[in-house]
Design a protein around this ligand. Structure first.
Ligand code: TPP
Ligand code: MG
Length: 564
């Protein structure tokens, strides 16, 4: 294997990735990966994004793939560099996001003999990948070049579906790692008309057979980030069927007359749940985060619960689902005839409760004055234009968005790493979303999550990307104040709450971003608008207090119950 062999094979490989539809790849610096990285950079169909930190690169590619629905690639050198992709690979697996991981490795003669930067990279990500392949060291012949083209297509189509996810190809590469002569033309001609060597398009699963619907059903819609027509179809169906719709903002279905935005608060009321038992629950997408919703589903007893999932994923921690329908959700819902016998009072009761709760909620949040965590989530839902993408970090931000976001057709697109619920990589994911399109991207994030992925901010200076970061800084993990561990005062603050006292203005300065403190809704709106219109990365910091936030959430729940 000479450098010419490596580069001939990798050029064919990258060309095929581009022909399949891959448009973005993240690279990280290193020596062993040189042929891989240079081949990606030299492929005209692929835009490359350079990252120093492979963990950031992994999450950035995840953001690109989420935003576009198309596989994105990452390429790095051997050793711990490859291990740094693990969190993003795991998230991609659980959230079903297509990712192509390309790691450079030492050739066989340099493994397990004390050579530098050599670790066991075979099946490094375990069962988190849809496919692992050790590429091997080969001469570039007509046969191996054809095979390389096929390999690229197989990696692409395996990542793309039918159940999207990560694939890992490990490339042993031998020195010399750079060319000392011009690369000859490929003896194998690529397919005419820019077609890939192999096409294996994912066909939508067939719509499921229809069946009779009861008068009183409920639709639950969870995370579906693929940007297709599922959310709109869910909202249409719920309206046609006269069913209340509990749609998490990540579902794209939180609109229409059936949408019950306050379901998280509503379902805490025993009075409501006792008086309004459904005959059927139809679920689409992942299970929403809301604990009251999950408890309600668990306690419904014999009520029939059906899950519509194109890949028949088992999303049912409480073992309440009676049927999983592996079908195209949008086509199935659109074809489903409404119930023969309807009961208009069923939906009306939910709508009335939702309306009175929304009024009580707004009154309570206004009465507090200034800014607080629920209000930030609610106002972002009202203010952000529908062409904006809101990336929401795990912990309280995603919970507040689910609980306090309004319902409406004009909501921004909402994305969040809820496959494995990590607080890692949020900044990088948001920059990846920004890289994939030209529309504004806003990130709602807590201080611990921001501290975790501060390095992700490097994308603004090095890659020229803009992100509006709305930072809820309660100096620690506010979520833990809600949990029983908060009573363990000997270790709580030091090891769970983890206040850090960081002044994020320094981080902004280091990475060439703007930083501003805001304390009232008007300044928040102004700062967000300015950052979005100017296309300047800005950390807009809202200071809150963990104890006050806990008390506010409890009060809101009480006020809500009283309003019912
Ligand atoms: C990678 C990772 N490490 C640890 C956790 C556990 N965890 C969940 S929430 C949280 C605290 C997050 O704090 P912050 O981002 O400030 O949000 P807040 O809770 O204050 O809303 C932690 C450490 C996790 N989910 N992911
Ligand atoms: Mg916090």
């Amino acid at each position: 294997m000479t450098a010419t062999d490596s580069y001939l094979l990798l050029r064919a490989f990258c060309e095929e990735l581009g022909r399949c539809g891959l448009a973005h790849a993240c690279t990280s610096p290193g020596s062993r990966s040189t042929p891989l990285v240079l081949s990606l950079v030299r492929e005209p169909a692929i835009e490359t994004w350079s990252h120093i930190d492979e963990r950031c690169a992994g999450f950035f590619a995840l953001g690109v793939a989420k935003a576009t629905g198309v596989p994105a690639a990452v390429a790095c050198t051997s050793g711990t560099a490859a291990a740094n992709y693990a969190p993003a690979v795991i998230e991609a697996d659980q959230a079903r996001v297509p990712l192509i991981v390309l790691t450079a490795d030492r050739p066989p003669e340099l493994r397990e003999v004390g050579a530098g930067q050599a670790i066991d990279q075979l099946k490094l990500y375990g069962s988190a990948v849809r496919w692992f392949f050790e590429v091997g060291v080969d001469r570039a012949t007509r046969e191996t070049l054809r095979w390389m083209r096929q390999l690229a297509c197989r990696a692409y189509w395996t990542a793309a579906g039918p159940r999207p996810g990560p694939v890992h190809l490990n490339f042993p590469l031998r020195e010399p790692l750079v060319l000392d002569r011009p690369l000859p033309p490929d003896p194998v001609r690529s397919r005419p008309g820019h077609r890939p060597w192999v096409s294996a398009p994912i066909l939508a699963p067939a719509p499921a057979p229809r069946r009779e619907l009861p008068a009183r059903g409920v639709v639950v819609a969870g995370r579906d980030e693929r940007g297709g027509d599922v959310g709109a179809a869910v909202a249409r169906f719920a309206q046609r069927a006269g069913y209340p719709l509990f749609a998490d903002p990540l579902s794209g279905a939180r609109h229409g007359a059936s949408a019950i935005a306050t379901y998280d608060l509503l379902l805490r009321s025993d009075a409501v749940t006792a008086a309004a038992a459904p005959e059927l629950v139809l679920r689409v997408g992942d299970l929403p985060t809301s604990k009251p919703l999950r408890r309600w589903l668990r306690e419904l007893g014999d009520v029939e619960q059906i899950v519509l999932d194109p890949e028949a994923a088992w999303q049912d921690p409480d073992a309440v689902t009676g049927e999983v329908i592996a079908a195209d959700p949008a086509a199935t819902l659109d074809a489903w005839p409404p119930p023969a016998a309807t009961d208009p009072s069923w939906l009306e009761r939910w709508q009335a409760a939702d309306a009175s709760l929304a009024t009580a909620l707004d009154a309570e949040l206004e009465a507090v004055g200034g800014l607080n965590e629920p209000l930030v989530a609610r106002r972002l839902g009202e203010w952000l234009a529908p062409d904006t993408t809101l990336v929401v970090a795990s912990s309280m931000p995603i919970r507040d968005v689910e609980q306090f976001f309004p319902a409406g057709r004009e909501l921004p697109r909402v994305l969040s790493n809820r496959g494995a619920n990590g607080i890692d990589g949020s900044v990088s994911t948001a920059f990846g979303v920004a890289a994939a399109g030209s529309e504004p991207v806003v990130l709602l994030i807590g201080d611990v999550a921001l501290a975790h992925d501060l390095g992700g901010l490097l994308a603004t200076r090095r890659l020229g990307l803009a992100l509006t970061v709305v930072l809820i800084n309660n100096d620690g993990g506010g979520i833990f104040s809600f949990l029983p561990v908060a009573s363990q005062s000997d270790a709580f603050e030091g090891h769970i709450g983890t206040p850090h006292g960081l002044d994020f203005a320094h981080a902004a300065a280091l990475y060439g971003a703007e930083h501003v403190h805001v304390q009232d809704p008007r300044s928040l709106l102004r700062a967000v608008t300015e950052s979005v219109t100017a296309g300047v990365t800005t950390i807009i910091e809202v200071r809150t207090d963990r104890e006050t936030n806990l008390a506010l959430h409890r009060r809101i729940a009480q006020v809500a119950l009283a309003a019912l």
